[in-house]
Design a protein around this ligand. Sequence first.
Ligand code: DX5
Ligand code: ZN
Length: 217
Amino acid sequence: MALIAPSLLSADFLRLEDEIEMINNSEADWFHLDVMDGRFVPNISFGLPVIQAIHSKAKKVLDVHLMILEPEKYVTEFARAGADILSVHIEASPHLHRTIQTIHNEGMKAGVAVNPHTPVHLLEDVIADIDLVCLMSVNPGFGGQKFIPHTLKKIEQLKQMILASGSSALIEIDGGVTLDNAATIIAAGADVLVAGNTVFNATAPVDTISRLKKTLS
Ligand code: DX5
Ligand code: ZN
């Protein structure tokens, strides 16, 4: 069964505590938290104080996805704010191996996020060292976009690479996941489904999470 990680980017920020409680009481596995700096991506979301506040109420793993330039500068701060998993973009990290080591040294799991145009083979030399690959299935920056079908091929390639290397990295799919395409994505080899719009704009979010959770390949 895939892990489900609702993305709070699509939550109602005026009712953030209620939204957190909803996730706490659902079958969701992780909170997916999207940090955007307006430079790496053309949008600005939320940062450290908000994550700290979420951490004080959340009863599940905090999966923090950094869409920022120079992510290595902020690793310690995100650990202090309560992140359990910290993902940095390969496109924003010239010294990726060192950043992964820093994330681990701070006691977090390390993820690497990959934009739609970035080939997964670029992960070959770090795949054994990481815990998660956040494969972007939309161009990062906004919720509610359409799933890019080519991602399915990338999931298969990545799965093969992971198996061949003996890595225990999980494959997380981020962007455009719906109740309609979840089964296909899982069948291709995904381990974690991020869902923003599908969960938070549903009429019955808890039920939607449950249906995503029960989706089989
Ligand atoms: C996009 C973010 C995603 C986003 C997913 O830049 O990284 O996590 O919130 O939202 P949906 O599920 O609505 O595509
Ligand atoms: Zn994300």
